[in-house]
Design a protein around this ligand. Structure first.
Ligand code: SF4
Length: 303
């Protein structure tokens, strides 16, 4: 917890004293804030499985995406403040619900609290695979320190241009941070490994969200991934962009992507020879699907 006296958990490195009431860019305080939790069926098939992913949606994100579908809690800060004991109870609840994993959504500002909360369960031999569900805006120092909370990295790779990263998420250093983090995840975790029932146990999945008028950046990132990680890395190519929030009012962000834009991305995935992953269908993918409890989000296998 001493880390929180000068928080540098994410690349913003605010160095604020969160224990004594200072707030940094993300506005995370000392007590963990969470918006919702429970079994979730909108993730990729090996994460959701049949019983659902034990998802914990933490408040206060380190990015400010103008199109965020979760902005109520990611930027608006809605949620409930939890003691460490209450957080432990939620992890335990997800085990009792027979979820396949503990899915930490945007956990970066809360890693010290999460570590403390899961300790009693781990000491009792109660453990699910940790899914580290992140925007990709991470520091390698933080990932290394908390690597025991990362069995499966489910990470975005959103932009290939610092200008777009600034416009979309107010993070000029996003591309360098995310690519370095993904390289670390690949070296540390390797390809996705599933059990006999097809449920993820370890490895890396990279999500690439196609943004309107900016699909070239997905292509650049696919080529980068192919070169750095090889064809075994699991990719999840997403067509679900939905202009909500500020994006609704911005001319180049205020529309969904078209099948004509998305099709060449799917072709490139095939041409580059990726062996694992999923591609959403343009017709079925919606942001709402990802939040639903009974949707499959329009995922089709890469091959
Ligand atoms: S987690 Fe929040 S307070 Fe800490 S460095 Fe990042 S933005 Fe700043």
């Amino acid at each position: 917890m001493r880390t929180l006296h000068a928080c540098t958990l994410c690349p913003r490195q605010c160095a604020v004293d969160r224990i004594n009431g200072q707030l940094g860019y993300c506005k995370s305080g000392f007590q963990t804030r969470m918006f919702r939790w429970g079994p979730h069926f909108g993730e990729e098939p090996p994460i959701s499985g049949s019983n659902g992913s034990g998802t914990l949606f933490f408040s206060h994100c380190t990015l400010k995406c103008i199109y965020c579908q979760n902005s109520k809690w990611s930027n608006g800060g809605q949620g409930e403040d939890l003691s460490i004991e209450s957080l432990t109870d939620r992890f335990r609840f997800l085990v009792e619900k027979k979820c396949h994993n503990w899915n930490l959504v945007s956990p970066t500002p809360w890693l010290p609290q999460i570590e403390k909360a899961v300790m009693p369960l781990l000491e009792d031999g109660i453990r699910l695979p940790f899914v580290y569900n992140t925007s990709g805006y991470e520091r390698i120092e933080t990932l290394s320190k908390y690597s025991h909370l990362i069995d499966i990295a489910l990470t975005d790779l959103r932009y290939a241009s610092p200008d777009t990263a600034t416009e979309g998420s107010d993070a000029r250093n996003y591309v360098d941070s995310a690519r370095a983090s993904i390289h670390w995840m690949w070296k540390t975790l390797g390809p996705l490994q599933c059990d006999g029932d097809g449920i993820a146990q370890r490895g890396l999945i990279v999500r690439l969200l196609a943004l309107p008028g900016r699909t070239q950046e997905v292509k650049e990132n696919l080529i980068w991934l192919r070169n750095v990680c090889g064809p075994e890395v699991a990719v999840s190519v997403m067509a679900q962009y939905n202009p909500v929030g500020t994006a609704k009012h911005l001319p180049t962000w205020n529309r969904k992507i078209t099948p004509e834009e998305f099709e060449p991305i799917a072709e490139l995935v095939a041409d580059l020879g990726f062996e694992n992953g999923w591609i959403q269908s343009c017709e079925n993918a919606t942001a709402e699907n990802m939040l639903g409890d009974d949707m499959t989000s329009g995922y089709g296998e890469v091959r």
